[in-house]
Design a protein around this ligand. Structure first.
Ligand SMILES: NC(=O)c1ccc[n+]([C@@H]2O[C@H](COP(=O)([O-])OP(=O)(O)OC[C@H]3O[C@@H](n4cnc5c(N)ncnc54)[C@H](OP(=O)(O)O)[C@@H]3O)[C@@H](O)[C@H]2O)c1
Length: 344
């Protein structure tokens, strides 16, 4: 159990559906839930049959027969509202992790990214309301804050869709919240596996786009725990942001391999020098808890008790923003190596 772990969350008997259940996050989330609790059913919802059958083979090895029998593998696209509506019958909790997330691919194929990330989000909202789902947590990214690339812009549109959905829910009472965090060490398509591969091939230099670049870092397990604890404390309409450390990209290279050089290759289209999770404008709606920030909804027409003013919370300072360069928590080499040592 880590610092983001839920305190009393009880998922026993619940039916949980994870969109993007075969992805880096979804896989780890499902393994964690199956290991720790006794849900009635866990449904994977994603498109590619091969990823699903690989996951089936691997989880059958990891779990006993009774636990494995709780799993359902639903082929489907979040763009397909009818299919999603069918998949969500009888579901209590939805974790929405399906997304297109590669910045360059999104720049080149904007409409594909909009269809999956924005229309997909709207479909998740509709299908959840129509099936009287109780709680929905959608995954977001630091790139959604003051976005400069299409991927970030679609995730901001998705965040807004989920936050606003609480106002649509009326007597149904479905509650929607968002979790926003930074780079996941070791997730599919991220820089750490790329560096590992290059080092394995004997590289003497690793590419860094700009020596000043900083990023927020979180492990997959921390991401999963953070989603679980956000599910536990959500009231509807929040964007939950974990307090996590930053590191410069050259320091990341040094921590991964002290003897290797850094090759500056120039900032890529759509890339920021530093990432932000809470802008100064969002800060007015932000409260601070011990392990996270909560951006509270500002347009609330449903019963909701704000976090602001409760014991254990405090207001952030005037003009506060949460950015990877002005963060006061910096990752040391040892800290990064401990994160890298976590099961990939
Ligand atoms: N990885 C990071 O560093 C990071 C950081 C911050 C936030 N996030 C967010 O965390 C979430 C999960 O990321 P991840 O790293 O687990 O991504 P991932 O490994 O790329 O997994 C994406 C999942 O979504 C599914 N998917 C993609 N398009 C779909 C569609 N149209 N319909 C249904 N399923 C679809 C994929 O399976 P199929 O291709 O088979 O459909 C896969 O299961 C995303 O929302 C991402 O934006 C990730």
């Amino acid at each position: 159990m880590g610092r983001f772990s839920p305190k009393t969350l009880d998922l026993d008997g619940k039916v949980i559906l994870v969109t993007g259940g075969t992805g880096s996050f979804g896989r780890r989330f499902i393994e964690t839930v199956l290991r720790r609790s006794a849900p009635r059913k866990v449904i994977v919802y994603s498109r590619d049959e091969l990823k699903q059958s690989d996951m089936q083979l691997e989880l059958r090895e990891q779990f006993d027969e009774a636990t494995y029998a709780k799993l359902r593998f639903f082929l489907g696209d979040v763009r397909d509202r009818e299919r999603l509506t069918l998949a969500l019958r009888g579901v209590d909790i939805v974790i929405h992790a399906a997304a297109l997330k590669q910045v360059p691919a999104a720049e080149y194929n904007p409409s594909e990214c909009i269809h999956t990330n924005v229309l997909g989000a709207e479909n998740v909202v509709w299908a959840s309301l129509n099936n009287h789902v109780k709680q929905v947590v959608a995954l977001s990214t630091d790139k959604a804050c003051n976005p400069i690339n299409l991927y970030g812009a679609t995730k901001l549109a998705s965040d807004k869709t989920f936050v606003a959905a609480n106002n649509l829910s009326g007597d149904i009472g479905t509650r929607f919240a968002v979790v926003r965090y930074g780079n996941v060490v070791g997730s599919r398509g991220s820089v750490v596996p790329l560096y590992k591969r290059l080092l394995g091939q004997g590289a003497t230099e690793l590419p860094v786009t700009d020596a000043r670049m900083t990023r927020f870092w979180i492990t997959l397990n921390q991401g999963v725990e953070f989603v679980l604890s956000s599910l536990e404390i959500m009231r509807g309409g929040e964007i939950f942001v974990p307090k996590i450390p930053s590191m410069t990209m050259p320091d990341l290279v040094k921590a991964m391999s002290p003897d290797v050089g850094v090759k500056i290759v120039g900032i890529r289209p759509g890339e920021k020098l530093h990432e932000m999770m809470i802008s100064a404008d969002d800060a007015r709606a932000t409260v601070e808890l011990a392990d996270r920030y909560v951006i509270e909804p500002t347009f609330v027409e449903y019963p909701r008790k704000p976090f602001r003013g409760e014991a254990g919370t405090k207001d952030v300072a005037e003009g506060f923003s949460y950015s990877s360069d002005s963060n006061d928590d910096w990752l040391s080499e040892d800290g990064l190596n401990a994160m890298l040592a976590e099961k990939a």
